[in-house]
Design a protein. Structure first.
Length: 574
């Protein structure tokens, strides 16, 4: 392929490179060392979420340099830029977590603005932590220029006295420490060895879940999302992505050709099969919204319900992302799902081929027990379950992978913030068998829909993981395990039933039949509603306040703008 293959008359970069009137624009490019030939080639934005906040993102800039080599080798002109990341593991357990979900929108918005402002023709996006993955994919389908997603890769597991460990073990160790089961010295030793390399959290938490989504939905090259961050093999995927983006420009294959309703169903199926994070129930609807596709939490839940759970991954199972990559990677999951009728094989991908065509050369590996055949699953229904009932008329979600108890009834103990419930857990001022209700943590009420890993991990560390239940209109981390129900909608701040609960109300959760109900009559609920007033937030200015003014409910993905359905013309066609 050479530069003559590309005619810029229909590409966005014509607005900044072509014709006498763009001489001032070209002068800036000459100032950066570009030649006239490079200016006349397609411009490919290479966006990373690189920063020094956490190991998830630290390797992204190096990988971006390899992507740029691939773009240049295929007669494109790469233009690198960065956007933000808020890393959940660092933001967890304090007010900083309010920034997490907001950052997803800021990432999507900032990538859009950079691409629009400079007239880039295509996008290769690299992301490493939780919200940065869906944020980058949202920007791709919003802009609808040829795009390829690259995951920065997972971290390697640590080793604590000969036992493999992840960051989940450290969070749970805090609970063990609080009840005297772990000394200060042991906790220090564990925290020093748990994260031995660059890369995102190694188990099937949110980052690896959304990385799995990137392959299943068709925006990432096969196998690319599974390779750990330290592996030199990642360079091959980055080089290939740089070269392949030029092929997508030449063939005009765009993200909305790839991300269809059936592709979203494929993504949901792979989340369920891998026992992935409940956060996928928030991010898949948001990605769909950018395309103008209606695909909400309960649509996701329908796919979860009929998909077998087949990947024995932490936090519910035994293995981490590195282990799955080494026995066959994400294509191994997709292959057995496809062969057994759980995937749509005719969906286009960034390879220029369909899912079925990509899977033709994938061979099943009998010499492993990380991924089970879809016709001989760990459990017949997915590792994540949707719930609905009079406590959550708009739905809720729970991760059941690895759980032995799928039904729970107990009295409510209500808290109006994460800090309140964490203090109760730390001080053990709760009773076994209670349902801890954490409200006013939704998208509007938080604002920002915080995750509650510090609380759930502390409970697990205290030995209460499946002896209690937690319910919130906020979120739970992908590392959470136990009977933890998130995304309860409508949220308390907009008058949802969760805001009307009182201590002692009996709550029944049934993850087999998909129900969540409180034993309070409709008449009593209406009486409480008339007396209810929303809690005031402390956030009266700044970006978190701004977010609260526009954000929608969790069922639709906590989105902040009208989306693809309202679009008159997309960026790619301007």
């Amino acid at each position: 392929m050479d530069a003559k293959t590309f005619d810029k008359k229909n590409l966005p970069s014509r607005h900044v490179t072509q014709g006498p009137q763009r001489a001032p624009h070209r002068a800036f490019y000459y100032a950066m060392g570009l030649t006239r030939a490079q200016i006349d080639q397609p411009f490919v934005g290479v966006a990373t979420c690189w920063n020094e906040a956490a190991p998830c993102n630290i390797a992204l800039m190096r990988q971006a340099q390899v992507v740029k080599k691939g773009v240049a080798a295929a007669s494109g002109t790469p233009r690198e830029f960065c956007t933000i990341t808020v890393t959940d593991g660092i933001a967890m357990g304090h007010q900083g977590m309010k920034s997490s979900l907001v950052s997803r929108e800021v990432i999507a918005d900032s990538v859009e603005l950079t691409m629009r402002g400079h007239g880039y023709d295509a996008l290769v996006g690299l992301a490493g932590c939780d919200k940065s993955l869906p944020g980058m994919m949202m920007s791709m389908v919003r802009l609808n220029v040829p795009s390829i997603f690259i995951y920065g890769g997972s971290i390697l597991p640590g080793s604590y006295r000969g036992t493999p460990v992840t960051i989940q073990d450290v969070f749970e160790a805090v609970g063990r420490h609080s009840v005297g089961d772990m000394s200060d010295e042991d906790l220090t030793e564990l925290e020093e060895v748990a994260c031995p390399s660059s890369g995102a959290c190694g188990a099937q938490f949110t980052a690896n879940t959304m990385a799995t989504v990137s392959e299943a939905i068709g925006l990432a090259l096969p196998y690319s999302a599974g390779a750990p961050a330290p592996y030199e093999l990642r360079d091959k995927f980055c080089m290939a992505a740089g070269e392949q983006i030029m092929e997508l420009i030449a063939r005009n294959i765009r993200p909305r050709d790839i991300v269809t309703r059936k592709a979203l169903e494929n993504a949901a199926a792979v989340v369920a099969a891998s026992g992935g994070s409940t956060n996928a129930g928030l991010h898949l609807p948001a990605i769909a919204h950018e395309c103008g596709i209606k695909f909400d939490l309960m649509d996701v839940a329908k796919i979860f319900k009929k998909t077998p759970y087949i990947a024995d991954l932490k936090p519910g199972g035994k293995y981490v992302a590195k282990d799955m990559f080494e026995v066959g990677g994400i294509p191994l999951i997709m292959k057995t799902l496809l062969d057994n009728g759980f995937l749509h094989g005719d969906e286009m991908t960034v390879t220029g081929r369909t899912i079925a065509e990509n899977m033709e050369s994938v061979k099943w590996n009998d010499d492993q027990d990380v991924v089970y055949p879809a016709n001989k699953p760990i459990t017949k229904t997915g590792g994540v379950v949707g719930l609905k009932g009079n406590l959550a008329p708009e739905g809720a979600i729970v991760k059941v992978a690895g759980m032995s108890t799928l039904k729970f009834t107990g009295p409510a103990r209500c808290f109006d913030s994460e800090e309140e419930v964490f203090q109760a857990v730390t001080n053990r001022t709760y009773e076994e068998g209670e349902v801890l209700v954490i409200r006013y943590e939704g998208p509007v009420g938080g604002p920002g829909m915080r995750e509650m890993l510090s609380t759930t991990a502390a409970l697990y560390g205290q030995g209460m993981g499946e002896k209690m239940a937690l319910i919130t209109d906020g979120r739970f981390s992908g590392a959470t395990r136990g009977f933890c129900i998130g995304h309860v909608g409508p949220e308390a701040a907009v008058g949802g039933p969760i805001g009307l609960l009182k201590d002692g109300d009996m709550i029944t959760i049934d993850a087999v039949n998909g129900t969540i109900d409180v034993d309070v009559s409709d008449a009593e609920m209406e009486t409480r509603r008339k007396a209810w007033a929303s809690r005031e937030t402390d956030y009266r200015s700044g970006v978190i306040w701004k977010y609260a003014q526009t954000v929608g409910q969790a069922r639709e993905g906590a989105i902040t703008h009208p989306g693809g359905e309202a679009e008159l013309v997309c960026y790619a066609d301007m």
